[in-house]
Design a protein around this ligand. Sequence first.
Ligand SMILES: Cc1cc2nc3c(=O)[nH]c(=O)nc-3n(C[C@H](O)[C@H](O)[C@H](O)COP(=O)(O)OP(=O)(O)OC[C@H]3O[C@@H](n4cnc5c(N)ncnc54)[C@H](O)[C@@H]3O)c2cc1C
Length: 291
Amino acid sequence: MIKDFEYLAPKTLKDALTLLSQHREEAKLIAGGQSLLVLIKQGLVTPRYLIDINGTSNLDYINLDEKEGLRIGSLTSHRAIELSSVIRNRFGVLAEMEQGLASIQIRNWGTIGGNLCHADPAGDPAPPLIALKAKGKIASLSGERSLPLEEFFKDYFETALQADEMLTEIQVPNPSPHTGTAYTKFVLMEGDHSIVGVAVSLTLGSSDGACGDARIVLGAAAPVPMRAQKAEKVLVGKAIKDNVIEEAAQVASEESRPTSDVHGSEEYRRELVRVLVKRAAEEAIKRALLR
Ligand SMILES: Cc1cc2nc3c(=O)[nH]c(=O)nc-3n(C[C@H](O)[C@H](O)[C@H](O)COP(=O)(O)OP(=O)(O)OC[C@H]3O[C@@H](n4cnc5c(N)ncnc54)[C@H](O)[C@@H]3O)c2cc1C
């Protein structure tokens, strides 16, 4: 049974932050409600105050600046990101990721900010965003700070947000030339949460074509979305051939930290990491060569 709560509907970001600062741990922000309502119905979360941030309309936007890169307001829906021509043309991996996230109905309601703040290790947006070097802009009444998304996730369903803080924007820099990024996930049914998801971003040097930079990010393979940094080191400085990709995939599998659950055992997930890193790296290199 749902416990009683007081519903608050601020109209501005400042009002939302004021309410959050007043009620702190007793309050929960609600955006699309696609994850929070499930937890409330199950009695796992029992807020005294529910702060609906949907009225703070200045947080729903997708902007591209040639210098600064992409800016996505935290209240932007998954569906808006999926359909955005700016994102399709310049950050195609994000539109592809959104296409495989849940159903259209859920993508219409769920927001990018809510997804990241829910911090489900199987969430789809975090791996490609971390691969793209994204940051989160965080606001409270005392000011703003910016945090690389790879530092945003602290543990299962836990983030670096303080009780009076809100995620307001996701910032994605323009990728360097000759960069290709791909995301792939393994699911039993289309639109499900991933059993493992992998994003790979590769940047090739313009003179020798060797790998200048690599980011490999694993989802659902550790308590938080994690960079496979040992595997990245296997790629950097080398010409990306099949044997190098296979070695990196093996190293990523070894450094992943999956746990067993009803969806898959630890061993099964490690094998998935190996297979998916290979697939995503092969796709990323193809894309890097076209840029
Ligand atoms: C059936 C089903 C299938 C799904 N499948 C997938 C899937 O395949 N992949 C996937 O990635 N996701 C999946 N989801 C999750 C979903 O798509 C949403 O991304 C997710 O529900 C969170 O977005 P929301 O806006 O609904 O957040 P809410 O449910 O409103 O909030 C989630 C949490 O974030 C907090 N919060 C929200 N906004 C902010 C903010 N701006 N600042 C600080 N805290 C905030 C809330 O307090 C709450 O703790 C699925 C959900 C359902 C119900």
